[in-house]
Write a protein that binds this ligand. Structure first.
Ligand SMILES: N[C@@H](CCC(=O)N[C@@H](CS)C(=O)NCC(=O)O)C(=O)O
Length: 194
C-alpha cells in the first residue's frame, strides 16, 4: 500500500502513528508530496488533492485520515486504535474530532495569514477561540495514556501548534495537559512517526 503524505501534516502524522501502533510499517510505502505542486497520482487518488491519501495494492483510494485509520484497523482485525463499541469508542471518536478540529482551525489561521489577513480579523479570532476552548476542555478532561485514534489526533494537533509556533504558551497555562502530552510524545508510535 502507498500513503501519500507530507511530514508536516497533523492528519498524516496521526495516520503514520496509527500505522506504527498497528505494526503495519513494513506494509505501507510513504510517498512524500509537495502540496504546492501536488503529483497527478495524488489528484487521481483524492480529488480533493489533500493528504493523507492511501492507495491499496488493488488501486483503491482511501481518504480522509479517519477513514484510512478505520480501514487499516479493519484490515488487521484490530480494535487497538479504533475501539469497537461503547463509551470507549465514542470517546475516542470524539477526541479524534476535537484533535482534528484543532488542526483544522490552526491550518485555517495559517491560510488567512498567508493571504495577508491580519491576525485580529474576526475569522482568525474565532478560530483562535476555538483552539483555546478545546485546550481548556482537554485540561479538565485529560486524555488517557492509550494510543487510540483520539489521543493520536490530539497529540498530533498539539505538536502541530508547537511546530508552527501557534498558541505556544498552551503548555505553561495547561499543566495537566502538558504532562500528558510530554509523556505521550515519548511513545514509540510518536517518536517513530515524527
Ligand atoms: N479531513 C482531512 C484533512 C486533510 C487536510 O486538510 N490536509 C491538508 C494538509 S495538512 C492538505 O492536504 N491540504 C491541501 C489542500 O487543502 O489543498 C483529513 O483528516 O485527512
Amino acid at each position: 500500500m502507498r500513503l501519500f503524505h507530507t511530514p508536516g501534516s497533523p492528519y498524516a502524522r496521526k495516520v503514520r502513528a496509527a500505522i506504527h501502533v498497528l505494526q503495519m510499517t513494513d506494509q505501507i510505502e510513504l510517498i512524500k508530496v509537495d502540496l504546492a505542486d501536488p503529483p497527478a497520482e495524488l489528484m487521481a487518488a483524492n480529488p480533493l488533492g489533500k493528504v493523507p491519501a492511501l492507495v491499496t495494492p488493488d488501486g483503491v483510494a482511501i481518504y480522509d485520515s479517519p477513514v484510512i485509520i478505520d480501514y487499516l484497523s479493519e484490515l488487521t482485525d484490530s480494535h487497538v486504535v479504533v475501539p469497537s463499541y461503547g463509551a470507549t469508542r465514542w470517546l475516542s471518536m470524539k477526541q479524534q474530532a476535537l484533535g482534528d478540529g484543532i488542526a483544522d482551525a490552526a491550518i485555517f489561521i495559517r491560510r488567512l495569514a498567508r493571504a495577508n489577513v491580519p491576525a485580529d480579523n474576526a475569522m482568525a479570532q474565532a478560530q483562535f477561540r476555538a483552539i483555546r476552548r478545546s485546550i481548556d476542555l482537554l485540561e479538565v478532561r485529560v486524555p488517557g495514556p492509550h494510543p487510540d485514534v483520539g489521543k493520536l489526533a490530539i497529540a498530533a494537533a498539539l505538536d502541530f501548534l508547537n511546530r508552527v509556533g501557534m498558541e505556544t504558551d498552551w503548555a505553561a497555562s495547561h499543566p495537566a495537559l502538558a504532562r500528558w502530552f510530554d509523556t505521550f510524545m515519548q511513545l514509540p508510535c510518536m517518536t517513530e512517526s515524527a
